[in-house]
Design a protein around this ligand. Structure first.
Ligand SMILES: [Fe+2]
Length: 253
């Protein structure tokens, strides 16, 4: 396992301005209203479990206290760019690198870089679920062990189509990926006829290219987080390359 070189910082919650809290509240209220009908049940339960609230930017000490007793995950404040290897290694020890800045009021609907709304509202609620928590840790371990560009690309695709843009079948298709949880336009696209919803299949996901910064044409629907955990078990370190090599050779046929 590589050593972590991430620039860890303090959140300094008291430094958030009234506008910061107002922006959080506006984003929270707008998304939660829609997610009550379009969001995965485990996202909604997780958001309540970690104490997210419309009234203020979350204090990560409080979030981590609540997460700690449930799954041991922590949201760790970072400043600046995190190299992919550090990001994956951090996941493998249940530490989720988290941006702590929040967008300006003039940028409510579009933000090119993740902020605390994407990272904490979008990602962290699922870390309260024991099965997703185990999946994400295992994902980090496998991704950190990737040794070739192709392996890394495959793990990036798996991350994209689950953690960032995943859909789940409940009483209808619901959103659980952070990019869909935190963005109204991406979620609306995902649930519209403009986006093909394919049943989740590990080999298909590992081979599926994606483009960032545009609405997605294809996304994958899981039946449960148990299905995700079973998928990542197939890629556990030591066997990852053999399984991936199979997928890669299928790709080139
Ligand atoms: Fe994200």
């Amino acid at each position: 396992m590589t050593a972590l070189t991430m620039p860890l910082i303090e959140q300094n919650w008291k430094a958030y301005t009234s506008e910061d809290h107002e922006v959080w509240g506006l984003l929270y209220a707008k998304r939660m209203r829609e997610l009550e009908t379009t969001g995965a049940r485990l996202f909604l339960e997780g958001a309540a479990a970690i104490g997210l609230d419309v009234s203020h930017v979350p204090d990560l000490q409080d979030v981590n206290f609540r997460l700690g007793s449930r799954t041991g995950w922590q949201a760790v404040p970072v400043g600046g760019f995190i190299p992919a290897a550090d990001f994956f290694t951090s996941l493998s020890v249940r530490r989720f690198p988290t941006t702590i800045i929040i967008r300006a009021k003039s940028q409510l609907d579009y933000l090119p870089e993740p902020d605390i709304f994407h990272d904490v509202f979008g990602h962290v609620p699922l870390h309260a679920d024991p099965v997703f928590a185990d999946f994400l840790q295992r994902f980090g371990a496998v991704a950190a062990a990737a040794r070739t560009e192709e392996e890394t690309a495959m793990m990036a695709r798996l991350f994209w189509f689950t953690v960032e843009f995943g859909l789940i079948r409940e009483d209808g298709v619901k959103v659980y990926g952070s990019g869909l949880i935190s963005s109204a336009s991406d979620a609306a696209n995902a649930l519209s006829g403009n986006c093909e919803q394919r049943p989740f299949d590990l080999d298909a996901v590992l081979e599926q290219p994606f483009e960032i910064d545009r609405l997605q044409d294809v996304l994958f629907v899981i039946k449960s987080f148990d299905q995700l955990f079973a998928a990542i078990e197939r890629l556990r370190p030591g066997r990852a390359r053999a399984v991936m090599a199979t997928a890669a050779s299928t790709m080139s046929e």
